[in-house]
Design a protein around this ligand. Sequence first.
Ligand code: NAP
Length: 331
Amino acid sequence: MKKILITGASGFIGSFLVEEALKRDYEVYAGIRKSSSTKYLSDSRIKLTELDFSNPDLLNQKISELPQFDYIIHNAGLTRAPKKADYFTSNYQYTKNIIDALISQKKVPEKFIYMSSLAAYGPGDPELLNPVQVSDTPRPLTAYGRSKLESEKYLNTLPNFPHIIIRPTAVYGPREKDLFTVFKMINNNIELFVGFKKQHLTFIYVKDLVKAVFQSMESGIINRGYFVSDGNVYDGKILGNIIKKQLGKRTLRISFPIGLVRLIAIISESTKYISGKQALLNYDKINELECTNWQCDIQPLIDELNFKPEYNLNEGIQETITWYKQTKWLK
Ligand SMILES: NC(=O)c1ccc[n+]([C@@H]2O[C@H](COP(=O)([O-])OP(=O)(O)OC[C@H]3O[C@@H](n4cnc5c(N)ncnc54)[C@H](OP(=O)(O)O)[C@@H]3O)[C@@H](O)[C@H]2O)c1
């Protein structure tokens, strides 16, 4: 039985990675922290493994005590933070810490999968509307994207550390909490829009993302990076239209000019220093909302790994809504 360590196992994507690893008969070590919820990690076969990425000495000690893993999926990552520096610490420094610990303890796995993001490259050209490609120069727009890119760069300095970099676009599905706010609002008959430009968006259903991760991990390919989407390009209004149709709701559509949203972001950013809480809207979020081209090229994933997404947005949302309703997230 091959041994796999999945970090960030308590989160949305991590919990699906764990389920897939169990289905594929791996001996699964779920990397969590003391404070992590284990709500989705109740299967008795899962070996809960506390890891503190912040302390290199303790991490070295822990890695030395753990078995040699065949595979590691380093999926832990900070997606929302009050301070920009937190992204750098959690997403870059902690990634470097686990890689360094594996190297120094001579526990380098057969393959290390790094969960990066399309944000590491940033959006595509808004005029040419080309999908972002691996050969493009990365231009991350946000502190989050820059922190992911920094880890990618570190991995690229290590030719003897076999790895794959996965760069998903927006991921959705059961258990997801950010896009869920859109579902919730539509369920309450409200739809919000920012700016008036036509957007070209991409999405990936969590189960298809997990499939891409395992396909790349179990392949003979190393030291490559792949963008992951379902291969379709969606107009900015489609997500809301699909949710509306499936929930059987009519909505009041409210459009906010980008200037007003920027002003709200400025106020929101200033109050976070007082409250210590993460701002709902911040400059980075606005920069992302303003971008019109979030297309990415998944042809390498198709050509090299025979990746075939099973869900388009319509099908994925249907399954997601069913779950939101079953769990009473949506009433
Ligand atoms: N969701 C998307 O649309 C999307 C798109 C592209 C890439 N990604 C990447 O996919 C990964 C998983 O994201 P997600 O959407 O599943 O987010 P999530 O639900 O917030 O899960 C994040 C996971 O990372 C763990 N984590 C965060 N900071 C940590 C730290 N400092 N030390 C240890 N563990 C830490 C969390 O642990 P706790 O449960 O203890 O907080 C949680 O298990 C992330 O690396 C993210 O950047 C996500």
